[in-house]
Write a protein that binds this ligand. Structure first.
Ligand code: MTE
Ligand code: MO
Length: 261
């Protein structure tokens, strides 16, 4: 874009109040100022809603008396690796969440860093395809906020969550060569206000069985989309080149990538 066009665009942009108006700018090139556009939660949300032509309708929330006395645990209950046990034995002090891939500002966040960000608490119902549901109260950081800090590049379409648990047993392979659990969310789900990097369940720090230190809560999606034991988030344009290419450990075995409820 020529400098003069750019200026006039920017001044037009400034004429809109508060939220960046992305309405007229779908044909913009990726000039230098563009990174900053997606580093606010509002702009990122607007952008993903346009890109995926969808909204952010909220999943139902419940009340304290509806919380299940014990939240059922499923899938990996303990990653079982030496690395994980070392992190756990130190209260996850040495754990870092990496945010990388198609972002302007790669991040490395400690649990403390995440807990210092504004938190959201929500009481929601988890639905597993195996045919059970459980209501629990989750507290964590909105993923949209963390993604905005990382400032996605305009080519980013999906968030990939890499987990610390090898899925060795289901294949009879050794832990060393086993695939690790992973999941993906498109950026519309990833920036949904109820999509959290959750570190508490029912007011307590997340137990190991539920994905300590941090797990995803994407409340419009089925249980297998709720990645536990997350250590790395990568923004990508496509997940076809990752593992089995279907967008998640269970997706690679035939489940849908869009696990909507
Ligand atoms: N890393 C990881 N995440 C995972 C799984 C898993 O085995 N490993 N299982 C999934 C499935 S099928 C379900 S139903 C939920 C279970 O979460 P919970 O143990 O907190 O109930 O986690 C999901 N996330
Ligand atoms: Mo599940």
């Amino acid at each position: 874009m020529a400098e003069s066009n750019r200026r006039s665009f920017l001044s037009k942009l400034g004429a809109f109040t508060g939220i960046l108006a992305l309405g007229g700018c779908t044909d913009l090139d990726q000039s230098e100022w563009w990174p900053n556009v997606l580093s606010s939660v509002e702009a990122l949300t607007k952008w993903t809603q346009r890109l995926f032509a969808g909204g952010h309708a909220l999943a139902p929330e419940y009340t304290k008396p509806e919380i299940a006395p014990e939240f059922r645990a499923n899938g990996t209950l303990d990653p079982g690796t030496a690395d994980y046990h070392r992190l756990a034995s130190n209260g996850f002090h040495d754990w870092r969440l990496t945010v990388a891939g198609l972002v302007e500002h790669p991040l490395s966040l400690s649990l403390d860093d995440l807990m210092k960000l504004p938190a959201r608490t929500q009481i929601t119902r988890h639905d597993c395809v195996e045919g059970w549901s459980c209501i629990g109260e989750w507290t964590g950081t909105q993923l949209a906020r963390v993604l905005a800090m990382a400032a996605p590049k305009p080519s980013a379409r999906y968030a990939v969550f890499y987990c610390m648990d090898p899925m060795g047993d289901s294949y009879g392979t050794s832990i060393k060569e086993a695939p690790y659990y992973y999941e993906t969310l498109d950026l519309l789900e990833a920036t949904h206000p109820q999509t959290l990097l959750a570190y508490k369940l029912n007011g307590e720090m997340l137990p190991v069985a539920h994905g300590a230190p941090v797990r995803v809560r994407a409340e419009r999606q089925l249980g297998y989309k709720q990645a536990k034991f997350v250590e790395r988030i990568e923004l990508v344009e496509s997940y076809q080149q990752i593992e089995g290419g279907k967008g998640g450990y269970w997706e690679d075995q035939g489940y849908e990538q869009w696990g909507g409820i």
